[in-house]
Design a protein around this ligand. Structure first.
Ligand SMILES: [Zn+2]
Ligand SMILES: [Zn+2]
Length: 231
């Protein structure tokens, strides 16, 4: 059955990461191995080596596990017919979500700033689908290549963007901005990548910040071209 293409892209990235870990660890978790416990615990929690407190066994699960829901990962259970991506619990899905659109299999963890200040400005989750694809690709790259948690809140995560922190750029290369910058940093603008800040306080999570007005294409909006990243 068909699914939202961004889900396929995201699943490919998770599989790449799992297989990289499988090749690098002595205990070699096989994400698609078909064993009796693999039907009770998802591939992500096994790959991370989470204990049963954090990821309890569930007989015949029907939805994504709490860990995957919270961490914004696809939850994959090995059924008797092979790996299956589990749907979100109904309470976590966006209204009207289907396998082809909306938050059906995974909850997006970030929002996008439309205007104002990152801590209290207007945010949206409705943006140009190309932005969602681009963000999925960035998240996949960050997750595969670095141990720095792109979505983690730290004393500087609201001043230095996820790209800067994941790549561990020195401050000289990309200095922390003043408290709570509200626009994409020069590095992300120049490299045409999405600039993401993580605001820990008030429970606000990662937010994609818009381009400086001078860098936006004329008439750009969050849902239409050149608002978050230069074409
Ligand atoms: Zn899971
Ligand atoms: Zn940036």
């Amino acid at each position: 059955m068909a699914v939202d293409p961004s889900i396929i892209q995201m699943m490919d990235a998770q599989v790449t990461r799992w297989e990289k870990w499988e090749n690098n660890t002595v205990w070699a978790m096989i994400w698609k191995a078909n064993t009796s416990t693999n039907r009770k615990r998802c591939s992500e929690t096994r790959a991370l080596g989470l204990n049963r407190q954090r990821s309890p066994y569930v007989d015949n699960p029907t939805t994504a596990c709490n860990f995957c829901v919270k961490s914004g990962k696809l939850c994959v259970i090995n059924g008797i017919h092979g790996p299956v991506v589990m749907p979100l619990p109904v309470s976590e899905r966006s209204a009207g979500a289907t396998p082809l659109a909306g938050n059906f299999f995974v909850k997006r963890r970030y929002t996008s700033l439309v205007s104002g200040h990152v801590t209290n400005g207007l945010r949206t989750s409705i943006v140009d689908p190309a932005i969602i694809d681009k963000m999925n690709a960035q998240i996949a790259r960050w997750d595969v290549n670095s141990h720095v948690n792109w979505a983690g809140s730290s004393p500087v995560s609201h001043k230095r963007c996820s790209e800067t922190r994941v790549q561990q750029f020195r401050k000289a290369k990309n200095p922390p901005a003043w408290e709570n910058p509200n626009e994409a940093c020069a590095h992300c603008v120049a490299n045409k990548i999405l600039c993401v800040l993580v605001v820990g306080q008030l429970g606000l999570g990662p937010v994609v910040v818009p381009l400086p007005v001078s860098e936006r294409s004329p008439g750009a909006t969050p849902t239409n071209g050149g608002y978050y990243v230069k074409a």
